[in-house]
Design a protein around this ligand. Structure first.
Ligand code: COI
Length: 356
């Protein structure tokens, strides 16, 4: 990927790198971050690279009151040659601008930000881990900074990219998890912000997640807001089922996030000539398929966990096992193929990876 040479303010002392074999998710951050500002009338500034550190915000900054904010998540991997590569970063830039539009935040030039990201990762390349299952998680985010308590879009913003060397997102790794179908709280509603990657969508799920954890479930299976019948997402991931040989995933109805991993899995399955249906799927259909033995596999798909098998789902107090609680063979093949392409262990016939 081409890099710009942008302004870089160096820090006096670099941090000590962590042990790659025990990396948590999202708790350790590198030495530098990317920053750019937006001011009404002048537009987005040039990006610059500055030492990673606290952000100074006025207590009346609008993001603290009305949550006008957007984030993204993507990963950089060390490939077999020792080079660093990103997975479909242009998809994240496009989705981030879609989220900006939904949240009334001015759009930015994706190419400019990707060039700045390349330079940031190049500077931080020694932070990219190489132990299996690890990566450098890239977290772009934007916050509204105007100091005003009136309710309207901000006239100023700050855009950052921070980097975190990470291990697996869920302690279960690629082992199947128990999930609970949530029939009280809602994640998102059509016409709302469910398709945008904005913080409130995630914190709105905490109470349901707490309920699920208390009853021994790892995650929540979200249903649609109106009929409480149709499956939408699992935890913070898209969801797939293999029913009677066919792969089914909820259609993008207006309240589901357009996952980059979701899109990649659909494209992979098409290339393997495995039928994929993007359609509505109700909880009753899922229970029926489980009962008549045609529910063969179920898994979540997202950037953080990549592919996460579902071992059972609980609906109204009744637990239904999927595939005897084991990881299905297609789920495993998808995990191995997506991570294989991401890390450069497998060929990338789709041109998804971008070497820095
Ligand atoms: C993802 O896996 O795609 C996510 O959005 C999880 C992230 C919020 C940690």
């Amino acid at each position: 990927m081409s890099k710009n040479t942008i302004k870089w303010t160096k820090r006096d002392k670099l941090k000590t790198k962590p042990d790659e074999s025990t990396l948590p998710f999202g708790k350790i951050f590198t030495d530098y971050m990317m920053k750019m500002r937006y001011e009404a009338g002048s537009g987005w500034s040039d990006p610059e690279i500055v030492p990673y550190g606290p952000i100074e915000l006025d207590p009346a900054a609008m993001v603290l009151h009305y949550g006008q904010t957007v984030f993204e998540g993507l990963k950089a991997y060390r490939n077999e040659n020792g080079d660093v590569q990103l997975f479909r970063p242009e998809e994240n830039m496009k989705r981030m601008n879609r989220s900006h539009r939904r949240m009334s935040i001015p759009e930015f030039d994706g190419e400019t930000v990707l060039k700045a990201l390349s330079q940031l990762i190049d500077i931080e390349k020694d932070w990219v881990p190489s132990v299996e299952g690890t990566s450098l998680y890239v977290r772009p985010f934007v916050i509204s900074t105007q100091t005003h308590l009136a309710v309207h879009p901000s006239d100023s913003y700050e855009f950052y990219i921070i980097l975190s060397p990470v291990g697996s997102y869920y302690p279960e790794g690629i082992n199947p998890v128990k999930i609970q179908v949530e029939d009280e709280f809602t994640r998102a509603v059509k016409g709302g912000t469910g398709t945008a990657k904005t913080g409130g969508n995630y914190s709105a799920g905490y109470n349901a997640q707490e309920k699920a954890s208390k009853s021994g479930h790892a995650q929540v299976l979200w249903l649609d807001a109106i009929e409480k019948q149709y499956i939408e997402e699992v935890g913070s991931m898209n969801v797939f089922f293999k029913i009677n040989g066919e792969i089914v995933t909820p259609a993008l109805s207006g309240s589901i996030l357009e996952g980059v991993t979701r899109k990649s899995i659909i494209e992979l399955l098409h290339s393997w000539e495995i039928p994929v249906m993007e359609r509505k799927i109700s909880i009753q259909e899922l229970i029926q398929a489980q009962k008549n033995g045609t529910l063969e596999e179920a898994f979540g798909a997202g950037t953080a966990a990549v592919v996460s098998p579902i071992g059972s789902f609980t609906y109204k107090g009744v637990a239904y096992k999927v595939q005897d609680g084991e990881t299905g063979s297609l789920t495993k093949k998808l995990y191995d193929t997506v991570t294989g392409i991401q890390t450069g262990k497998l060929d990338d016939p789709f041109g998804w990876t971008k070497v820095i």
